[in-house]
Write a protein that binds this ligand. Sequence first.
Ligand code: FAD
Ligand code: NAD
Length: 401
Amino acid sequence: TTIPRIVILGAGYAGMMTTKRLIQQFAPEEVEITLVNKHNYHYQTTWLHEVAAGTIDVNRSRIMISDVINTRRVNFVQDTVKKIHTENKQVELENSTLDYDYLVIGLGFEKATFGIPGMEHAFTIQTVDKSRMIRDHIEYQFSRYKTEENPSDDMLTIIVGGAGFTGIEFVGELAERVPLLCKKYDIPRHRAKIINIEAAPSILPGFDEDLLEYAKESLTRRGVEIRTSTMIKEVKEDSIIVGDDKEEIKAGTFVWTGGVQANSIVGEAGFEITKGRVNVDPMLRAPGYDDVFILGDCAWVTNKETGRPYPATAQIAIQEADVCAHNIRTLIFGGTLQEFVYDNKGTVASLGGSEAMGTVFDGQKLYGMQAKVMKHVIDDRYLFMVGGPTFVLKKGKFRPF
Ligand code: FAD
Ligand code: NAD
């Protein structure tokens, strides 16, 4: 007799934690667990704005999968998922094909462009490689500025499109990094601009007013220009077009942080996409499928209280893993399926350097160093969950000494 085959696609927050939980839920002889990921490392997506700005080293943001996943229990396949065939329960990879009895999809996000023309010129903070390219591109512009005969200051302008959490956290890091680059390349600080452009009347639409004021003050004080009620209409090679009057703003670097959607592999597999993601059932299964779970940024679950989707966050992806692993066990051995209930532990955004702000627990507001410490505690808690104490010491953020 064969044992059930569980295949997990993507080793992000959702995929890694599901793999860890499945190892705990099952004895080795009960199931066969396979984890597929494009790279042999797992990365901290929530730190990529720091990689992109160049404020942390690339290697700090990644962990070798074989260092934290027991490869005697889990068959790790380093390959790229090309297509999911639900009709014959197969996953097509670049180099092979896998059969599954239970599938967990955790392939993460890609940029949502909303049909804005010229988006191929935009950088995005999406993977380790793409983030590193942003860092290198910015530095290249500074370096080029010093060698061109008649350099334009526009080369040193960095535009960040979208002031959601990603955009705000990124400009916060840039506010720390740009002065260092100016120093390194002997360029007066006032020549380099950091502009954050947001279509809505406010940054971080919907977030607490006091915290927004704090963030705005902190960022503008450190040289970030914030332009709200300004819609990006088009992206060109060295400029962007904004607003109804089609104002052109020149820039050497344009980074799009205007929104994310499910990895397109999910839509191509035939799962119904609503608002960029799959609206999974409360047990986290794709609608109409008993054997396919979709987690993290590929999915959204409806918040029963508000009737609106929960946001796509790492916090949610991690919590979903527990329910998913429990439900797979239930499907195999019987029992009661669990519904996902979000335990909101708060939201903390870093603003670069020692600046941060956010809410924790029951909505308590935190600012500055206090918020920064909380952010590090959150980061380190995840490292502990995924790799144990060794990884907190090796890659952790909170260093009291
Ligand atoms: P990911 O973490 O994106 O993982 C997807 C995995 O799938 C990756 O390992 C990728 O390599 C792999 N993959 C993709 N395509 C393929 C393929 N075709 N074949 C094989 N493998 C593939 N959320 C918070 O809660 N708190 C924060 O502070 C926070 N900060 C953020 C900061 C930034 C800069 C960004 C961009 C996001 C932040 N988020 C934060 C959101 C959070 O990162 C996402 O919600 C989270 O990463 C979703 O997890 P996931 O497992 O669905 O996908
Ligand atoms: P988002 O969708 O939350 O924000 C995108 C922003 O871009 C919005 O404010 C939107 O109004 C703006 N925008 C869209 N189109 C525009 C246009 N044409 N011109 C100008 N502005 C435009 O996306 P995000 O910031 O990448 O966040 C994605 C998810 O990741 C969210 O769920 C977020 O909560 C999560 N996240 C959390 C943290 C944190 O907790 N610290 C950090 C980063 C991301």
